[in-house]
Design a protein around this ligand. Structure first.
Ligand SMILES: Cc1cc2nc3c(=O)[nH]c(=O)nc-3n(C[C@H](O)[C@H](O)[C@H](O)COP(=O)(O)OP(=O)(O)OC[C@H]3O[C@@H](n4cnc5c(N)ncnc54)[C@H](O)[C@@H]3O)c2cc1C
Length: 296
C-alpha cells in the first residue's frame, strides 16, 4: 500500500502536549473523516505499527525519544457537535470546554463540571474525566468507536463499558469517534452560575497558566495525592526543569525547558518519598507514552 499523503514522518510531539515535552512520532496523521481514518489504520496494520490516539495531550507524558508507531489525531468531521433535544453528540476530537459551552447555550445541564478541563471528548471518555463530584460517564448514553483490528465501527451502550475513577474499560484498540450525552433542560442562569463557580475554584487552586498535564497521580482511597505530596515536604521541589507546583502539589510544572525524563524522574521521586513517609504508593493518572529510563 502506498503511504497516504496525509501521513507525516518524524513529527515532534512536544507541540501537541500541554507539558510541551516529547520527542518525535515516527508516523503522524491528522484524520478528518472515516475514509482517512481507515487508510491510516490499514497503513499501520500493514506495517505492524502500534497506534496511539492523541487528544489534546493534556493528560500525557511523551518520552523524549518519542513514539515508534503511528500517532492519530482526530479533526474536522470528528470534532463536530450536534444537539437534538436533550441529546448532545460530540466527536472524539471535539474540545470538552466547547462541548460544555454549547450545552450551556441551549440551556442543557450536565456538563458544567467540564468548564476549564482542557482535553477532548475522546480523551475525557477514555479517562472518564471528571471534577466536582461528577464524571463524564454520568451522562454518557452511547459511544461510537472504530476498532483498529476489525476496521469496523461499533456503537457501545454505556452498560457495555466499565467506568471507574479515571478509568474506562475501552481498549487501546478502539478509537473513540463520538459520544452521545443525555443532558437535562435547566435554567440557563443557573448553569452559568455553576460553571463560573467551578472555573473560579479551578483558577484559585490550579496552575492554569503553566505547562502541566493536570493531576499527575490518582487520589488514593480516602485521601488526596496533593495532600500527601505536600505533607512529604515536596511542594516547590525542583528537579531540572520540572517542579512540584507551589499552587497544587499534585501538579508538576515544566518551568522552563524540562525534559520528559526529568518529569518522569520527579514522578518517581514523589512516589518514593510519599511511600517512605506514608506507606502509600501513588498511582499515576497521566498516561506515559514511549520509553523512560529508571534511575535510582
Ligand atoms: C490544567 C489542567 C486541568 C485538568 N483538570 C482535570 C480535571 O479536573 N479532571 C480530569 O479528569 N482531568 C483533568 N485534566 C486532565 C485532562 O485534561 C483530561 O483527562 C482530558 O480528558 C484528557 O483529554 P485529552 O484529549 O487531552 O487526552 P490525551 O491526554 O491526549 O490522552 C489521554 C488518553 O486518552 C486517549 N485518547 C484520547 N483521545 C482518544 C480517542 N479519541 N479515542 C481513544 N482514546 C483516546 C489517549 O490515547 C490517552 O490514553 C486536566 C489537565 C490540565 C492540563
Amino acid at each position: 500500500m502506498k503511504t497516504p499523503n496525509f501521513i507525516e514522518r518524524k513529527v515532534p510531539l512536544s507541540q501537541f502536549t500541554s507539558f510541551k515535552v516529547g520527542g518525535p512520532a515516527d508516523y503522524f496523521a491528522q484524520v478528518g473523516n472515516l475514509s482517512e481514518l481507515k487508510q491510516a489504520v490499514a497503513f499501520s496494520n500493514e506495517h505492524y505499527l502500534d497506534i496511539f490516539v492523541l487528544g489534546k495531550g493534556t493528560n500525557l507524558l511523551v518520552s523524549d525519544k518519542g513514539f515508534r508507531g503511528l500517532v492519530l489525531k482526530l479533526s474536522k468531521e470528528f470534532a463536530r457537535i450536534v444537539i437534538e433535544e436533550n441529546t448532545l453528540v460530540a466527536g472524539g476530537g471535539a474540545q470538552l470546554v466547547r462541548t460544555a459551552s454549547l450545552a450551556f447555550s441551549r440551556s442543557l445541564s450536565g456538563l458544567e463540571w467540564a468548564a476549564g478541563i482542557p482535553g477532548t471528548v475522546g480523551g475525557a471518555v477514555k479517562m472518564n474525566a471528571g471534577a466536582h463530584g461528577f464524571s463524564i460517564s454520568d451522562i454518557i448514553s452511547t459511544i461510537t468507536v472504530f476498532d483498529s483490528d476489525s476496521l469496523s465501527l461499533e456503537k457501545l451502550r454505556k452498560e457495555e463499558v466499565e467506568f471507574g475513577y479515571r478509568f474506562s474499560s475501552i481498549s487501546n484498540k478502539k478509537i473513540i469517534l463520538e459520544a452521545a450525552f443525555k443532558l437535562v433542560e435547566s435554567v440557563q442562569e443557573e448553569i452559568k452560575k455553576k460553571m463560573e463557580s467551578y472555573f473560579a475554584e479551578r483558577k484559585r487552586t490550579q496552575p492554569l497558566q503553566q505547562r502541566t498535564a493536570g493531576s499527575v497521580f490518582k487520589n488514593p482511597k480516602g485521601d488526596f495525592a496533593g495532600r500527601l505530596i505536600e505533607a512529604a515536604g515536596l511542594k516547590g521541589y525542583k528537579l531540572g526543569g520540572a517542579m512540584v507546583s507551589e499552587i497544587h502539589a499534585n501538579f508538576i510544572v515544566n518551568v522552563g525547558s524540562a525534559t520528559a525524563q526529568e518529569i518522569y524522574n520527579l514522578m518517581r521521586k514523589i512516589q518514593h518519598e510519599v511511600y517512605s513517609k506514608f506507606k502509600v504508593m501513588l498511582e499515576p493518572e497521566i498516561i506515559l507514552l514511549g520509553e523512560f529510563v529508571e534511575v535510582d
